[in-house]
Design a protein. Structure first.
Length: 130
């Protein structure tokens, strides 16, 4: 009888601990801001960069390098994002620096045309022989 009671207690403890472990943690920030949200000055600077011609607004193609969701950033549904919409989208975390896209045109690794750093020296230093 004591074995059944001990087994029941162990089973109950295992189920309780797994239920506790499956709870979701609280959000990292209670302010609701995106961790990649830009500052107001960064938003304004990016607007000037993206809109170098000082047009009234940016088309979806012009905004693509900077805006992650054009439809969400363009609440009036017209074909362009004006500066007010841009700044509102930026405050919501929808605008990113073009450098933060993760794409790169560069290359990584070492070149195969130059000398390798693992090439032995032509004349290694002479040491004392024992």
């Amino acid at each position: 009888m004591t074995k059944i009671t001990a087994l029941t207690v162990c089973a109950a403890a295992m189920f309780a601990s797994s239920a506790i472990a499956q709870t979701t943690p609280p959000p990292a920030s209670s302010s609701g801001s995106s961790p990649m949200q830009l500052s107001q000055s960064e938003c304004t600077s990016l607007w000037q960069t993206a809109n170098a011609s000082n047009a009234a607004g940016l088309t979806e193609a012009q905004a693509k390098p900077y805006v992650s969701d054009f439809k969400a950033a363009n609440p009036d549904g017209d074909t362009t994002i004006d500066q007010a919409e841009w700044l509102a989208a930026c405050n919501k975390g929808l605008v990113k620096s073009a450098a933060s896209t993760g794409t790169s045109s560069g290359s990584s690794g070492s070149s195969t045309t130059g000398p390798s750093s693992k090439t032995p020296a032509a004349n290694p230093p002479k040491g004392d022989k024992m």
